[in-house]
Design a protein around this ligand. Structure first.
Ligand code: PLP
Length: 457
């Protein structure tokens, strides 16, 4: 592939790509007209495209490249593992050293007592596993009517059939007659768009009580679990008001309903602790992880299982008929070990907590004064900027969604990848971002907002 990038000009690469490659989450008509961005190299927080332009990866790929691009230690660890044992499965009571070592490593990093991990290759597969596991759990417990999983509108839990169904993206549901039965969506804790006249704290309680109302309506005896991202990522970095998670905890405290945290984004350091569940002081029964586990160097994910669930699974006398050819893949396990080792040796999570997240928050606070910005919020290294026509109200532009796209394109021209979720501009950089790089990012976002404002006049 690098040979291709050296020998073909960008337009030839784009034409070849458009001829044979169906991209995920892409309008293929416009791809054919406009061509794709061709990225040829990564180094730290920087990418290089096929024209030699340097671009800051303000999204850490898809929220996953914790340690930055181009770390050769990971390439070396994977190559060494591939020379030793490139593949063997973990079905039918089989294992291998890398997956044994990784499981011990993750059990030590995870809060106590999450001692068991079920391996998958992606966040979507982690959530498919969650769905099957919770229903199996209640069958074992002799409560087969407990099948419904409550999730939130505008949540993102992946794009397989189960992931799309558990997620609350209506546009995704509309394709393929989803959700599947047994998933119930409640409102999200998105104060900026849905808080009305309530204060954020009042709204946090009200949003959490939607869970209580749903449980009362459907019946606790039919509900298997409540599933949520600690902070909704793809929905627009929706940081719940401080009151939200404590109220959810209160509601679930004396009810026989499992809590599942989708930490595919918040897991492995993004919020300044290894897991978002400890940031929000919740103790889920299952934690779905992926992305940051390998920093994206190879695909891997998993479901971390609390001892109280693992104990039930251990005493069934039967088999859980679930797993993937690549569950616990040795080369991916080697990539995960090398990634997590770098994170520990270099204090990457402490860097987020003490340096990067405070710098990021300061940068967002300064952007909040911009006339186009209705709110600029961060938690750890997740941030969102709400673009609005009038900063004194939370009303949206009439052409809601278009301004975000304009802003995203201008940002790319300035060499910064930002993601637009409707008119919310999202940043989620690699965790190793330095103060100087943050300063560059802040100055660039300022220019991008000015130009976006000028373009709207
Ligand atoms: N869950 C969350 C919270 C995510 O953000 C994502 C992906 O963005 C997924 C699940 C799906 O992960 P994957 O794309 O690896 O299947």
């Amino acid at each position: 592939m690098s040979e291709l990038s050296n020998t073909y000009p960008t337009d030839a690469l784009q034409a070849l790509d458009a001829s044979h490659h169906l991209h995920p989450f892409t309008d293929h008509g416009s791809l054919r007209q406009e061509g794709s961005r061709v990225i040829v190299k990564g180094d730290g927080v920087w990418l290089t495209d096929s024209d030699g332009k340097r671009i800051m990866d303000g999204m850490a790929g898809l929220w996953n490249v914790q340690i930055g691009h181009g770390r050769t230690e990971i390439a070396d660890a994977v190559a060494a593992q591939m020379r030793e044992l490139s593949y063997y499965n973990t079905f039918f009571k089989t294992t291998h050293p890398p997956v044994i070592a990784l499981s011990e490593m993750i059990a030590k990093l995870a809060p106590d007592p999450y001692n068991q991990m079920f391996y998958v290759s992606s966040g979507s597969e982690a959530n498919d596993t969650v769905l099957r596991l919770v229903r199996y759990f209640w069958d074992i417990k002799g409560k087969p009517n407990k099948k419904t999983i409550i999730t939130r509108w505008n949540a993102y839990h992946g794009s397989t059939v189960a992931g799309t169904s558990l997620g609350g993206m209506k546009a995704m549901h509309a394709q393929g007659d989803l959700p599947i039965p047994g998933i119930h969506h409640i409102d999200q804790p998105y104060w900026f768009d849905e808080g009305g006249d309530m204060s954020p704290d009042e709204f946090g309680i009200a949003a959490a009580r939607k869970l209580e109302e749903a449980i009362d309506r459907i019946g606790e005896d039919k509900i298997a679990a409540f599933m949520a991202e600690p902070i909704q990522g793809a929905g627009g970095v929706i940081i719940p008001p401080e009151t939200y998670w404590p109220e959810v905890k209160r509601i679930l405290a004396d009810r026989d309903i499992l809590l599942i945290a989708d930490e595919v984004i918040s897991g492995f350091g993004r919020l300044g602790e290894w897991f978002g569940s400890t940031v929000y002081n919740i103790e889920p029964d299952l934690i779905a992880v992926a992305k940051g586990m390998t920093s994206g160097y190879l695909p891997m994910g998993g479901v971390l299982v609390h001892d109280r669930v693992a104990d039930v699974l251990e005493h069934t006398g039967s088999e859980f008929f679930h797993g993937y050819t690549y569950s616990g893949h040795p080369a991916c396990a080697a990539a995960a070990i090398a990634n997590l080792q770098i994170m520990q040796d270099e204090g990457v999570v402490e860097h987020v907590r003490d340096v990067a997240a405070p710098g990021f928050a300061k940068m967002f606070a300064s952007l909040a004064d911009h006339p186009l910005v209705g709110e600029a919020r961060t938690k750890g290294l997740l941030g969102a900027i709400e673009l609005v026509p009038n900063k004194d109200s939370r009303d949206r532009f009439a052409n809601y969604g278009d301004v975000g796209t304009i802003c995203r394109d201008i940002s790319f021209q300035h060499g910064l990848v930002m993601r637009a979720v409707r008119d919310s501009m999202i940043l989620s950089p690699p965790l190793v971002i330095t103060p100087d790089e943050l300063e560059w990012m802040g100055a660039t976002v300022g220019k991008v907002l000015d130009e976006t404002g000028a373009e709207l006049k």
